[in-house]
Design a protein around this ligand. Structure first.
Ligand code: SAM
Length: 295
């Protein structure tokens, strides 16, 4: 096993021959960490997606540094040069226009190649739209699925929508503003309008907006409006279908008995309990029937 960087955080940063992957703000420049500023100020070179975006950061925090562009069009050509610079002792920071490099942004190939070349890599964590939206949604967040941008090709897109429709975990999607309405209509077609979702617009910025909390409401919200700004969508996972062996039959029988004693008929009581426990009415009827037969 090859364990690197184990003591690097104890040394002064930035160190020579280290590739720093630096998270930058997704809107609010005050979200740039003090550690990130120090790295960006003092590395030999910053590889950035768009030099104009990185200059905004340098101007806000009043420093300058050497920049080279590193984007989806030139990244494959730039990688050998960056790795060479690292090998001769330079320290290099990789940033994207916003958020964490490599999350739907350039970086993955450089990091992979640098790692296989034995270069030390240190990640300075920063904001990420996906995680910011997930946490703000209040939906289950310990396990989740991140899909990024859905593919444009219809068949590939539908395949993923079908997968999301079976996924019990919360799903996070990125979408461009001019495609949001199309996405919302597709979500409605595949999941139904009642599915819980939140659309996050302009996170961390002045006009931040959270729109929910189901697909129909979000579609209504945007009806007749032009969608502007940056968008992240968070979709609730499907409810786990509980099987016969997974619920407490005694407890359910007791509740059914109490509801019927309180005046509900079997159908009403079963409907209520099915909804409450996320099980089918049929399961409750069967349980009732089985119990009656035993008595
Ligand atoms: N690397 C970035 C990250 O860590 O979040 C993501 C880059 S990806 C090219 C850009 C997409 O992220 C946008 O189209 C949008 O879906 C989402 N995004 C970025 N900033 C956002 C913001 N402030 N509010 C909502 N979504 C945002």
């Amino acid at each position: 096993m090859n364990i690197k960087n184990s003591s690097s955080h104890k040394k002064a940063e930035p160190e020579s021959s280290v590739l720093y992957i630096v998270g930058t703000p997704i809107g609010n420049l005050n979200d740039l960490s003090a550690r990130a500023i120090n790295i960006l100020k003092n590395v030999s070179l910053i590889a950035c997606e768009d030099t104009r975006q990185t200059k905004k950061i340098m101007s806000k925090f009043k420093f300058t540094n050497n920049l080279i562009s590193f984007n989806k069009h030139n990244s494959l050509n730039r990688i050998p040069r960056i790795i060479n610079d690292l090998n001769i002792g330079k320290s290099i920071a990789l940033v994207s226009d916003a958020g964490m490099p490599s999350i739907c942004d350039p970086g993955e190939d450089l990091i992979k190649d640098a790692r296989s070349d034995g270069i030390n890599i240190i990640c300075i964590p920063g904001p990420c739209a996906a995680l910011t939206a997930l946490v703000a949604s209040g939906l289950p967040s310990s396990k989740f699925t991140f899909e990024g941008f859905l593919p444009k090709k219809k068949s590939e897109r539908e395949k993923i929508l079908l997968e999301i429709n079976k996924d019990e975990k919360t799903t996070i999607l990125y979408e461009s503003p001019h495609r949001l309405k199309r996405l919302l209509n597709e979500l409605k077609d595949f999941f139904g309008g009642a599915r819980e979702i939140y659309v996050f617009r302009e996170l961390t910025k002045k006009f931040e907006e959270h729109i929910g909390d189901n697909i129909d409401d979000v579609i209504n919200h945007f009806e007749g409006k032009e969608v502007l700004g940056e968008i992240t969508v968070v979709v609730k996972g499907v409810n786990k279908k509980i099987t016969n062996s997974e619920f407490d039959e005694n407890e359910l029988r007791r509740e059914l008995h109490n509801l019927i004693n309180a005046g509900l008929n079997l159908s009403e009581a079963s409907k209520y309990l099915a909804k409450k426990n996320n099980i089918t009415k049929r399961l409750i009827y069967n349980m009732y029937k089985k119990h009656k037969e035993l008595n």
